[in-house]
Design a protein around this ligand. Structure first.
Ligand code: NDP
Ligand code: 8X3
Length: 252
């Protein structure tokens, strides 16, 4: 069955890899992000390659009105959402709590927590009881805190709590909720975290082979391909060289 898959943060990394994978399986895509040029390029490439329908919505998940407006548009077009992948998110900076930039805190909390809430709340009326599925991309940072991870970790702990809450609140509607918590994935994540400092960003992956975005996308796809009576609730995925948020086996 062809599904409508709504992916936030589809302009790079895990979101873009999910878009490609679902397109390759013939599903229709509803893709979001803030970079219009990237969205348009991905739309064209996926439509040309896979002959699927790709609709793009350029908006910031921190903008509640914008999320609501997308939902209104979908409703007017009679479009339901079968799979919602709450993926848009970021870390900004890596500082101790007495040294961090408080503006970075605001952006992380507004994006990683409130953004997920705004999008989920707006789209839930378009999700059919009995068949819809929400995937929340958490992090190992939402399972263990690490030094200088403070607010980023807190947002992912919050997302873990919200995933558990959503699962309970949507139980009577038979809407599946899966939280996927990746360890280090080589994407634009570190470049964003270190504000364009490519050297520091690349050094994050020194001495070990991290996950690639496609590894996470394959896992997301697997979770949404299971029989109707099966739901993976919570899943931690790391590369082989990572045990949890803190312990790595790095080669010198
Ligand atoms: P990327 O930086 O490659 O992708 C992040 C995506 O989120 C981009 O498409 C970006 O799009 C979008 N995004 C960020 N802020 C906003 C916003 N305010 N509104 C709309 N879209 C936004 O990183 P990843 O693919 O690695 O990250 C995806 C998710 O995975 C995040 O939630 C991250 O926390 C999580 N994660 C990442 C890990 C890693 O090591 N890479 C590990 C564990 C979890 P645009 O800039 O166009 O808006
Ligand atoms: C991203 C993984 O370890 O950089 O969520 O926090 S980590």
């Amino acid at each position: 069955m062809i599904k409508n898959v709504f992916i936030t943060g589809a302009t790079s990394g895990i979101g873009a890899a999910c878009a490609e994978l679902y397109a390759s399986h013939g599903h229709n895509l509803l893709l979001t992000g803030r970079r219009a040029d990237k969205l348009e390029a991905i739309q064209k490439s996926l439509e040309d390659t896979y002959r699927v329908r790709v609709t793009v919505y350029c908006f910031d998940v921190r903008d509640r009105q914008a999320a609501d407006a997308v939902a209104v548009q979908l409703k007017e077009n009679n479009t339901s959402v079968d799979i919602l992948i709450n993926n848009a998110g970021l870390a900004l900076g890596r500082h101790t709590i007495d040294d961090a930039d408080m503006n970075d805190w605001e952006v992380m909390i507004d994006t990683n927590v409130k953004g997920v809430l705004y999008v989920t709340r707006a789209l839930l009326p378009l999700m059919k009881p009995g068949s819809a599925h929400i995937i929340n991309i958490g992090s190992v940072a939402g399972k263990e805190v690490y030094e200088k991870g403070n607010v980023y970790c807190a947002t992912k702990f919050a997302l873990d709590a919200l995933s558990q809450s959503m699962r309970i609140d949507l139980l009577s509607k038979n809407i599946k909720v899966t939280a996927i918590h990746p360890g280090a994935v080589q994407t634009e994540f570190s470049l964003v975290r270190f504000k364009g400092d490519a050297k520091t960003a690349e050094a994050v992956y020194d001495g070990f082979t991290p996950l690639q975005a496609a590894d996470v996308a394959n896992t997301v796809y697997y979770c949404t391909s299971l029989p109707e009576n099966v739901c993976i609730n919570d899943l931690v995925i790391t590369c082989t060289a990572q045990a949890n948020a803190i312990y790595f086996n790095k080669q010198q």
